[in-house]
Write a protein that binds this ligand. Sequence first.
Ligand code: SF4
Ligand code: SF4
Length: 292
Amino acid sequence: TDPLTPQAQTIEEKTANHPCYSCGASQKNARMHLPIAPKCNIQCNYCVRKFDCPNESRPGVTTDILSPEAAFEKYKLVKEKVPNLTVVGIAGPGDALANFEQTRKALTLIHEHDPNVTFCVSTNGLMLPYHAKELAKLGVSHVTVTVNAVDPAIGAKIYKHVDFMGNRYHGEAAASILLANQLSGIKLLIDEGVIVKINTVTLMGINDTHIEEVVKTVKDMGCFISNVMPLIPVKGSAFEGLKIATNREINAIRDKCGVHLKQMYHCKQCRADAIGKLDSDISLDFRENEAR
Ligand code: SF4
Ligand code: SF4
């Protein structure tokens, strides 16, 4: 295949250009997050919903929401000014799949304009079984799912509630529904050839000794990489007072997990409207309502 033909890009080529999946690409390629997804369908105990989703984005900052059309306009503007832009991601500020109409519309507009763009979507996975196939059809080649536990008894301590099919679930029932959907959604993605990254938030005393089990489970399913993240405490969240893992503790967990699955060491927990190379965010240049 001719690598210059946009449609001919393989997933491997797209991954090589993705700053979050390839360390080399993180030095030269830029990504852009589209902040089009305001709602969420679960409540993690480490999250306060007025901030960006800490599953993928740094908490403590709020991002203005764009309509899909406005996001498309912003994409064109950024693409013009940032020629090394290779990846467009949807990472909140809520959950990409709890706002699927917006996600679908934005991806469709950009894909029609530029079929060569690498799309990446982050989600808590609750609605993944319902949208995995369509995501693949829309050109999404990379999906990040946050899986904090593969045991509902542990999940019950992490999730306050899960809103699913018009009902609100709590405790182990909530965690079981979330887990079942995450696992069947991940399976569907992998069957479609999508590259799956798993984020796990380290919650000391809750899932820190369980993370290796999470990683083994998702490795067996065919996930590509795991990203063990520290908890960044959010004021007002249920886990506000939880002990924070030190760098040493995080690295020890990563080392254990790395025996099973490739680890990501360079995630910056970027804002939901991040733009630029991972080390040099230039989103402020494109933000309308904030002081420069
Ligand atoms: Fe917050 Fe993200 Fe969890 Fe939703 S999925 S509750 S936005 S951390
Ligand atoms: Fe990449 Fe992490 Fe930033 Fe997402 S939050 S764009 S995975 S560096």
